[in-house]
Design a protein around this ligand. Structure first.
Ligand SMILES: Nc1ncnc2c1ncn2[C@@H]1O[C@H](COP(=O)(O)OP(=O)(O)OP(=O)(O)O)[C@@H](O)[C@H]1O
Ligand SMILES: [Mg+2]
Length: 362
């Protein structure tokens, strides 16, 4: 267990930056998740921490040590890959023991550590099996046991659940999180699965194009996305294109004036982002709403307990609303005129209007 620090860590291939100036501080015992689209540099960053990719510049510190120049096997990190990478001809116990044997640990210590690691992942009874005699979830737990057997200072997980089916994924997700908490293990996990990231992390890091866009709690990212990319990538947003007229008033290209919280964005072209869950839709006008508009329902999608609505407020302004599906509630239909509202705190404003006033990330 240790604190992990990345300081302006970059990896360049030719003139392409796979990771650029990644600076992160992971507290002792913290579970940090790197989230971002494919190719944004998550694996590269993780492998630089583990010592399998040499940084072009920057530094990695684990605890009190600068490990940037240390080979992987001297860093005391445990890495679990997306593919379990178990040796098919070795038993479960031999797989877990392999790394310890490579490090020439004494036999008695190896036996004890393998036993403990397998107990941790609740596979103590399956040590003599071969990997092919295990389910996918069990194999992934062996890979986890192998990483834990080192008693690593930092646990690194690269999409550890992506080969598991949806149900198993949820189970192993909970198991990993409980184990991480009980061992107080400093952990960095990579995923591009948003739900996985949101449910497991203490804090999240959103990356795109090699760079960190925002670091924060689930709530920070949701309520205060740092930029338009984060607003569209974490959760969903409708985007209205227009301009900021005063620090507290946005006017869309379609002429809608929206009261918003005081913005530091410069007066001029801007984009307003709105969370669908924050938009209320009613058949009658709501009296005390801060931003109230009339629109026409363009699309209705039933999602069990929730209903997604696309409501057109002007030829160039479309908002998505997500409302509860109540038995006694209002059931809007395509073509209905409805009242739409949201609070001043619900919208975020970003610089630049773009030319996609009509787009919404669906
Ligand atoms: N050895 C390499 N040589 C050249 N380019 C590389 C190399 N390794 C990675 N890249 C490039 O660096 C970028 C980041 O790759 P990386 O594997 O870190 O992405 P990722 O965020 O893990 O994506 P995914 O979600 O698809 O796993 C990609 O564009 C990739 O093609
Ligand atoms: Mg990857």
């Amino acid at each position: 267990m240790a604190r992990l620090e990345l300081n302006q860590l970059s990896k360049r291939y030719g003139d392409f930056f796979a990771a650029r100036d990644v600076t992160l501080d992971v507290a002792d015992g913290e579970f940090l998740v790197l989230l971002g689209p494919s190719g944004c540099g998550k694996t590269t960053t993780l492998r630089m921490i583990a010592g399998f990719v040499e940084p072009t510049s920057g530094a990695v510190r684990i605890g009190d040590n600068d490990v940037t120049q240390l080979p992987a096997w001297k860093r005391n990190t445990g890495l679990v890959f997306q593919s379990y990478a178990l040796f098919p001809h070795l038993t479960v116990a031999q797989n877990v023991a392999f790394g310890l044997e490579m490090r020439k640990a004494p036999r008695s210590e190896i036996t004890q550590r393998v036993g403990e690691a397998l107990e941790l992942v609740r596979l103590g009874h399956l040590g003599d099996r071969l990997p092919r005699q295990l389910s996918g979830g069990q194999q992934q737990r062996v890979a986890l046991a192998r990483a834990l057997a080192f008693q690593p200072d930092v646990l690194l997980l690269d999409e550890p659940l992506s080969n598991l089916d949806a149900k198993l994924r949820q189970e192993v997700r909970v198991e990993i999180r409980k184990l991480q908490q009980s061992l107080n293990l400093t952990t960095v996990m990579v995923t591009h699965d948003q739900e996985e990231a949101l449910t497991m992390a203490d804090r999240l890091v959103v990356m795109s194009e090699g760079a960190v866009r925002q670091v924060g709690s689930q709530r920070d990212l949701y309520e205060r996305p740092a930029d338009r990319f984060v607003a569209g990538f974490v959760g969903r947003s409708s985007f209205l294109s227009g301009s900021l007229e005063t620090p507290e008033r946005f006017r869309s290209a379609g002429g809608i004036a929206v009261a918003c919280r005081p913005s530091t964005v410069a007066i001029g072209p801007a984009t307003l982002a709105l969370r669908p869950e924050r938009v209320t839709v009613t058949p009658e006008a709501i009296s005390d709403v801060e931003n109230g508009f009339v629109g026409e329902v363009e699309f209705v999608s039933y999602l069990g307990g929730l209903i997604d609505l696309h409501v057109r407020l002007s030829p160039s302004d479309l908002v998505i609303a997500q409302i509860p599906n109540r038995e006694d509630g209002f059931m809007p239909r395509t073509g209905d005129k409805v009242h739409v509202g949201w609070t001043v705190a619900s919208a975020s404003v970003f610089p630049g209007s773009g030319d996609d006033a009509d787009s919404a990330d669906l």
